[in-house]
Design a protein around this ligand. Sequence first.
Ligand code: PGA
Length: 249
Amino acid sequence: MLPLIAGNWKMNTDRASAVALAKGVAGGAALHKQVELLVCPPAVYLSSVAEALAGSGVALGAQNMYHEANGAFTGELSAAMLKDVGCQYVILGHSERRHILGETDAAVNKKTLASLAAGLVPIVCVGELLAEREAGQTAAVIRRQFEGSLAGISAEEIEKIVIAYEPVWAIGTGKVATPEQAEEVHADLRKLLIERYNERFAATVRILYGGSVKASNAGELLAQPNINGALVGGASLKAEEFLGIAAAG
Ligand code: PGA
């Protein structure tokens, strides 16, 4: 499987800088064919970024969506709308949505099923808080989020899903998990996949690490057997740094 290097731009950039960043990533993409590159700009810039990426092979994703197909849901966007403007991926259940905006595993599960039904690849995020890690609850939290967010996903569907492990204490803090800490949780996630499906299906699922990934630490993280890519926040806002992470893949 090709490692996936995904940039989560969060609520950053404006239209001009989003287009410039996309062009910067697109311009360097040909040198990094050993990974799949993905950028996830703010939703209002998806169309502009899609144009800037055209023909580059860099994939486009959204940062969130709603599970309903259409109707009276003011302010929300459906999976079909995201596909319509060129998205192939959507990030779901990011810790900022879980912890700042109150998104539950049940909501993430509905969105995951709806994205699959519409043909968008969901990147389903899980990760423990610092207090949960310190209380020795990491494995239990990951299991609960895995079971809740990925309930009712068939074996055929799981092959299309990407999972991202992002310890909340490592996001935007500069405190990256050690390769061993990350690999331990990634291996647990792989075991959960094997338990629920089987070895063959579990082996097809890309599990990304996220949390303060940068060009200088990406190599040792991506060298771990169960780390199949990175979900990058801050360091994805500079094309050169993001492509430096791709170079480590
Ligand atoms: P960070 O964010 O790389 O800035 O820590 C990662 C993420 O939230 O996806």
